[in-house]
Design a protein around this ligand. Structure first.
Ligand code: SF4
Ligand code: SF4
Length: 372
């Protein structure tokens, strides 16, 4: 029965994402319904808050979660919807590349804690910039034996050094691609670099090679689109290089709305069909993302691997893996102070006005506990 449901939901998904007008309607509707759903949900949640006492036992490294090891915070694109170009311009981001030793330490601790998902994607930056990224994937898959190793790339360096082939051969679990769509002009406007051909070629090679090997990796192409979904779906590059390889394990999706990186991204940064996500009500309940951990390239550990405002050495940093273990940091005083601060209306600067804020709910806690 569940196999049938999976097949059916895949068919519906595939239909929506390969029929332009349907995709336009669905994604336009999604923006409206998402806002409505969030408004109703937050109203309900403001009356059914999870207390600090209920959260206290959850201060631990949950194997059901995701560990992020941001292998480098350097990027080769300048996307208009991302804080990266702005923090580079303001010189507030201190960049670097993670050593293999730091990576091994984080991966080993995560594996020992039973962690199954490891993501090599930094808050900002492209993991393929790291010259040692393949050694790290190899270590995580073949030595630390982590079940699902993932990275997100803008695809510009997939062809370089046959990275697309090596990632698959090393046994990566999932490759996520973030790209604009199928218009060179829109790509250059949104991604800020003249790399459309490199990115499209890398995507094609990755999809083709993964397909030829029997789809060992899941691939998700996330269009950060300025173009309407129908314009992308009807374009020759989509028809020739992407559509033939779509399957249950190889999917595309479009962006319903873009978040504001704590106020760094503004409506004037949007273009074409891009829309900004509305700021949700700021409840005095901690955000779910505070229960995830991101190891920076220098070993600093930060709550929330999703967003930064000025830099990634900010008030969400709660320790360093060279001073404490990940488990100690997760259960430590610094992390709890930030979590507890939400109840007193004290949020880290990065969390103030963040449109990605998702309050902890009882359901979310129950799921986290079950998967522990
Ligand atoms: S969105 Fe990704 S690819 Fe674009 S500038 Fe930011 S980190 Fe780089
Ligand atoms: S509010 Fe935003 S920055 Fe803060 S933890 Fe949540 S997602 Fe991260």
């Amino acid at each position: 029965m569940s196999g049938l449901v999976t097949k059916l939901s895949w068919r519906i998904y595939h239909y929506v994402h390969t029929h332009g007008l349907v995709a336009d309607v669905v994604y336009k509707g999604a923006h409206f319904f998402q806002n409505l759903w969030r408004a109703l949900q937050y109203r309900w949640l403001s009356r059914h808050k999870v207390s600090a006492e209920a959260l206290w036992p959850h201060r631990h490294l949950a194997a059901s979660g995701l560990l992020i090891t941001g292998v480098t915070n350097i990027c080769n694109a300048k996307c208009t919807f991302c804080a990266y170009p702005k923090v580079v311009e303001s010189k507030t981001l201190q960049t670097g590349v993670m050593s293999l030793d730091t990576f091994k330490k984080a991966a080993d601790e995560w594996a020992a804690a039973g962690g199954k998902d490891l993501d090599l994607t930094p808050v900002v930056g492209d993991p393929l910039i790291d010259p040692g990224v393949l050694d790290k994937v190899k270590y995580a898959v073949s030595h630390a034996l982590i079940e699902k190793v993932t990275l997100t790339t803008n695809a510009i360096l997939l062809d370089h050094n046959d990275n697309y082939k090596k990632l698959i051969d090393l046994g990566i679990g999932c490759v996520c691609i973030s790209t604009q769509g199928t218009s060179r002009e829109a790509y250059e406007k949104v991604y800020g670099v003249k790399k459309y051909d490199e990115a499209m070629s890398g995507i094609r090679h990755l999809l083709e090679y993964n397909h030829a090997q029997g789809e060992p990796a899941r691939i998700i192409i996330r269009f950060r689109n300025d173009q309407k979904p129908s314009e992308i779906i009807h374009a020759p590059d989509f028809m020739v290089h992407i559509k033939p390889f779509l399957s249950e394990r190889v999917r595309v999706n479009f962006t319903v709305d873009f978040d504001n990186w704590g106020g760094t991204i503004k409506p004037e940064d949007m273009s074409g069909s891009m829309k900004m996500r509305r700021l949700p009500p700021q409840l005095d309940v901690p955000c779910q993302a505070l229960f995830g951990y991101a190891v920076r390239h220098d070993g600093n550990v930060r709550l929330c691997g999703c967003r930064l405002v000025q830099n990634d050495l900010d008030d969400l940093v709660v320790g360093n893996i060279y001073q404490h273990t990940l488990s100690e940091i997760a259960a430590g005083e610094n992390a709890w102070k930030i979590i507890q601060g939400f109840y007193a209306g004290q949020r880290p600067q990065t969390c103030r006005n963040c449109t990605l804020y998702r309050p902890v709910t009882r359901k979310w806690l129950a799921q986290r506990a079950v998967k522990k």
